[in-house]
Ligand binder design. Structure first.
Ligand code: PEP
Ligand code: MN
Length: 337
C-alpha cells in the first residue's frame, strides 16, 4: 500500500503515520519529494490492511494499493526520480551522456578518452575494469588497476565515473572508486549482488537482462530499492531475439514503457543494443526522441585495436559529431544535452 501525504504535511503527522505502520508490523519506505512525502507500506500480507486505517489520520491525502509486483519501482509510488551524481542530474531535463571505452585498457587511453568525451559534452565517464566476457579466455579487465585509472581520469576532468561491479564481494572495492555502480546484463538477476547494492548509498545503473522482460528488470530494481537504496536507474541495452543481423535487438518500446511503468530514470545503450558503430547514431537519436533520460555510449581512441567491443565503439570524431546531432533531437523533444 502507498500512503500519499498532503503537500507540505507537518513532519509530526508524517511521523505519526510511520509509527502507526510500524505498530501494525509493516516496514516503511519513505520517499520525500520536494513538496510531498509518500509512505510505502511493505509486508507480505499487506492486503489485510484497511485503507481507512490511515485515511482518517492528519495530513493523509489518500491511500492506494499498488497492484504491480514491483512497488517501490512503480510509477504510482513516486514522482519522476532525479538522481544527483556530483552535480550531474539524471532524470531531469538534461539528458546525461555516459561515454568511454568498453574496457579500461591502460592509463593513457582512459585519460585521453576522458578528455575527448568531456570536450564533446559527455557528463559521465564510463569504463569497465571487471569485464563479464562470454569467453574465459578473453581479456577480463584490469581490475583494481583499472579503477585507479578511472579515479585519475575523474580527478583530471571532473567527470563522475561509472563502472561495472560483478559480484557482491567486489562491492566495497568498486565503491571505493566509482560514483555509479553498473550492473551488467548478465547480472540483472544476481540477487545477492542486488541485495548488496541495496545497502549502498551510491547510485546503481541496472541493465536489462539479455533475455529479460521489462517486468523482470523492474523486479530487479525492486531488490535494490527494497534494501533502502532509492538511487536506481534502469537501462535498455538490447535483448536476445531470433534476429542475427545485429548483435542484439534494441527494444525501443522499452523506453516509453519503462517511463510509464516506473519513476526511475531510463538510459539507453545503443552500443550493446546494436553491436555496430554504424547503427549507434540512429538508435541514439531514436532513444532520445522516445524519451530516454540518458545514453551510454562506447568511445575508443582506436576502435580497430580495442580489447573489447571495438565494432560498436565510436571514434572521438564520430562521437563529437553525434553529440551535435543529438543536441538538435533533444531540443525537438523539449530536452537538453
Ligand atoms: C558493457 O557495458 O560493457 C557491458 C558488458 O554491457 P552488458 O552488460 O549490457 O553486456
Ligand atoms: Mn562493452
Amino acid at each position: 500500500m502507498i500512503i500519499v501525504m498532503k503537500t507540505h504535511a507537518e513532519p509530526t503527522n508524517i511521523e505519526a503515520v510511520v509509527q502507526r505502520v510500524e505498530e501494525l508490523g509493516y516496514k516503511v519506505h519513505l520517499s520525500r519529494g520536494e513538496a510531498r512525502t509518500i509512505i510505502g507500506v511493505i509486508g507480505a500480507d499487506e492486503h489485510l490492511l484497511q485503507n481507512s486505517t490511515f485515511e482518517v489520520m492528519d495530513d493523509v491525502e489518500r491511500t492506494m494499493r499498488v497492484m504491480q509486483p514491483y512497488k517501490l519501482a512503480s510509477r504510482d509510488f513516486s514522482e519522476a526520480t532525479v538522481i544527483d551524481v556530483n552535480g550531474v542530474q539524471i532524470g531531469g531535463k538534461q539528458i546525461v551522456v555516459m561515454a568511454g571505452p568498453c574496457s579500461v585498457e591502460g592509463r593513457d587511453m582512459i585519460l585521453q578518452t576522458a578528455h575527448a568525451v568531456k570536450a564533446a559534452g559527455a557528463t559521465v565517464l564510463r569504463g569497465g575494469a571487471f569485464k563479464p566476457r562470454s569467453s574465459p579466455y578473453s581479456f577480463q579487465g584490469l581490475g583494481e588497476e583499472g579503477l585507479k585509472h578511472l579515479a585519475e581520469a575523474r580527478a583530471q576532468t571532473g567527470l563522475p565515473v561509472i563502472t561495472e561491479v560483478m559480484s557482491p564481494e567486489d562491492v566495497t572495492l568498486v565503491g571505493d572508486y566509482t560514483d555509479i555502480f553498473q550492473v551488467g546484463a548478465r547480472n540483472t538477476q544476481n540477487y545477492s549482488l542486488l541485495k548488496a547494492l541495496g545497502r549502498q548509498n551510491k547510485p546503481v545503473f541496472l541493465k536489462r537482462g539479455i533475455s529479460g522482460t521489462i517486468q523482470e528488470l523492474l523486479m530487479s530494481a525492486e531488490y535494490i530499492l527494497a534494501g533502502g537504496n532509492m538511487q536506481v536507474m534502469v537501462c535498455e541495452r538490447g535483448i536476445r531475439t531470433y534476429e542475427t543481423a545485429t548483435r542484439n535487438t534494441f527494444d525501443i518500446n522499452a523506453i516509453p514503457a519503462l517511463k510509464e511503468m516506473s519513476h526511475l530514470p531510463v538510459i539507453a545503450d545503443p552500443a550493446h543494443g546494436t553491436g555496430m558503430w554504424q547503427f549507434v547514431g540512429a538508435i541514439s537519436k531514436a532513444a532520445v526522441a522516445a524519451g530516454a533520460d540518458g545514453l551510454m555510449l562506447e568511445v575508443h581512441p582506436d576502435p580497430a585495436r580495442a580489447w573489447s567491443d571495438g565494432a560498436q565503439s565510436l571514434t572521438f570524431q564520430r562521437f563529437a559529431t553525434l553529440m551535435e546531432e543529438l543536441r538538435l533531437v533533444a531540443q525537438a523533444v523539449g530536452r537538453e544535452i
